[in-house]
Write a protein that binds this ligand. Structure first.
Ligand code: PEP
Length: 252
């Protein structure tokens, strides 16, 4: 039985510690006692330490939105896995479509990040997803397969079991357009079959695959009721505790 996992990606919003802490506290209250739902929030780097402190001892976990695959050194502006761990992070989003497109991150580079995150005990949330043009061309599965094979390259099944995958069709991120539950389920089922090929039944059956892309309180329940949708990676709707809380409730 896979536990539903709802994560909030705050992107470049709420970077001031005071506002981030205020929202984090509201999320803690809104998420209540979520025995059967796991919750994480991923604030901007400048607010992670304060949010970790504010959520300590609660059920709300904290993740980074990115990392650089080295412990320290001459990498101006970057954040190392040890920094994320030092302030209390448990998760890190990797390969988000904004990083792939705006910052030109390749599957090989994302793979390095996944390996470094795992080596440090951080749970990677590895994102994948097709653009609208790719969906129109009918190559969604090919694109997702390339991203997952690339992102997981060189990992043993024991490692793969420690991560979370987020399927986020690029055309649905921040647009208000959501994949239909059936379309999302079909890609999730494809990903699980691919994981079965890459690893084994136990890993494929246990690994959580989140859906991301304009998840809102009014569509969360239907998406989360699909057999291979095990949670949500939420952008816009995670910026308000009431909508994020309602999405968490939909997963209970
Ligand atoms: C995201 O940023 O990962 C995301 C899914 O955003 P939104 O929920 O706003 O579409």
């Amino acid at each position: 039985m896979r536990k539903i996992f709802i994560a909030g990606n705050w992107k470049m919003v709420n970077g001031a510690p005071a506002e981030a802490v205020a929202l984090a506290k509201e999320v803690v209250n809104a998420s209540g006692s979520q025995d059967n739902v796991e919750v994480a929030i991923c604030p901007p780097a400048t607010a992670i330490a304060a949010v970790c402190e504010a959520t300590q001892g609660t059920n709300v976990q904290v993740g980074g939105q990115n990392l650089y695959p080295a412990e320290n050194g001459a990498f101006t502006g970057e954040i190392s896995p040890t920094f994320l761990l030092a302030v209390g992070c448990s998760h890190v989003i990797l390969g988000h479509s904004e990083r792939r497109t705006i910052f030109k991150e390749s599957d090989a580079f994302i793979n390095e990040k996944v390996k470094v995150a795992l080596a440090h005990g951080l749970t990677p949330i590895l994102c994948c997803g097709e653009t609208d043009q790719e969906r129109e061309q009918g190559v969604t599965e090919k694109v997702v397969e390339t991203q997952i094979r690339g992102g997981l390259g060189g990992l043993r099944p024991d490692d793969v079991t420690k991560l979370v995958i987020a399927y986020e069709p690029v055309w649905a991120i921040g647009t208000g357009k959501t994949a239909t539950p059936e379309d999302a389920q079909s890609v999730h089922a494809f990903i699980r079959t691919l994981l079965r090929d890459l690893t084994n039944d136990a890993v494929a059956d246990g690994l959580r695959i989140q859906y991301g892309g304009s998840v809102k309180p009014d569509n969360a329940k239907e998406l989360l009721s699909q057999p291979d949708i095990d949670g949500a990676l939420v952008g816009g709707a995670s910026l308000k505790a009431d909508s994020f809380g309602a999405i968490i409730d939909a997963g209970k």
